[in-house]
Design a protein around this ligand. Structure first.
Ligand SMILES: C[S@@+](CC[C@H](N)C(=O)[O-])C[C@H]1O[C@@H](n2cnc3c(N)ncnc32)[C@H](O)[C@@H]1O
Length: 261
């Protein structure tokens, strides 16, 4: 059986709660602007956005929900100089850089520099071994991989086309492709797959590693595979863990290690 992350109801899926909160804040601002004046209306609408943000889990999502209205108001010329639809521009820009599909797997947080060096002291790879940052964002994970295993062949896979483009420019020594890290076969032939995603992604990553990475390494910054102790562990200066699992050579026994699978 193949594991998949728990799927929230359609209306709870990102970024729908954020879009709904921004739309409500704008509706309130539009209704109040004539009677209460633009400043009071903006303050009350921002307050509504902040209250709705508190219903969201995680700092990142709260920041998006709370910040969406004031930012879009700012971008629209404080409601005075630009047409009302101008608030859609930042959203359109955001969606272009960071498409919906990527939001479900992870927010855009970078790997700190040298984050993998301590792990590399315990995990040796042969020269030319292929290592992949699955969801490579702006390339910080690729740089950490290069620092840790300088003789490896560094590859990156990123869903967002603009981010993949920027990363190719930032990391010309890496092979960066735009694509879905969950695509069938995307991890075959690799020695190591590095992930900095979400806790919910880890069971799915394990199942994929069992199928496509036998004998290789799955490395995760911060997030653990449920029910599976890591084979190696290192720590960042702030205490955040870097965890590594050696994938069993046999897919059948490998899948059986995950509870509920
Ligand atoms: C937390 S960031 C990590 C970036 C990079 N790995 C690092 O550590 O610096 C997660 C990245 O994964 C990307 N991503 C999310 N889902 C993806 C998918 N299904 N396929 C490819 N990339 C994905 C996002 O666009 C985002 O850039």
């Amino acid at each position: 059986m193949v594991l998949s992350p728990s799927t929230p109801a359609l209306w709870q899926r990102w970024p729908l709660p954020a879009v709904a909160a921004w739309a409500l804040a704008w509706a309130l601002f539009t209704v109040l602007r004539g009677t209460a004046g633009p400043v009071s209306a903006a303050l009350l609408a921002s307050l509504l956005g902040t209250v709705l943000a508190l219903r969201q889990g995680g700092l990142w999502r709260r920041a998006w929900v709370a910040g969406g209205f004031p930012l879009s108001l700012l971008a629209s010329g404080a409601g005075g100089h630009l047409p009302a639809w101008a608030w859609l521009l930042p959203l359109a820009l955001l969606l272009a850089v960071y498409p919906l599909r990527a939001w479900r797997d992870a927010p855009l947080f970078p790997t700190p520099p040298q984050a993998l060096d301590a792990l590399a002291a315990q995990l040796t790879l042969p020269p030319g071994a292929r290592v992949l940052d699955a969801g490579c964002g702006l390339g910080d994970g690729l740089q950490a991989l290069r620092s840790a295993w300088p003789a490896a062949h560094i590859e990156g896979l990123e869903w967002s086309a603009p981010l993949a483009l920027l990363t190719r420019w930032r990391c010309p020594w890496a092979q960066v492709r735009r694509g879905d890290m969950w695509a069938d076969g995307a991890w075959r032939g690799l020695a190591l797959v590095y992930l900095f995603q979400r806790p919910e992604s880890m069971a799915r990553a394990w199942a994929k590693a069992c199928d496509e990475l036998p004998g290789g390494w799955l490395v995760s910054l911060e997030f653990s595979v449920p029910g599976r102790a890591p084979d190696l562990r290192a720590e960042l200066p702030g205490g955040r863990p870097v965890l590594a699992w050696r994938i069993p050579a046999q897919p059948v026994g490998c899948h059986a290690d995950i509870p509920g699978e």
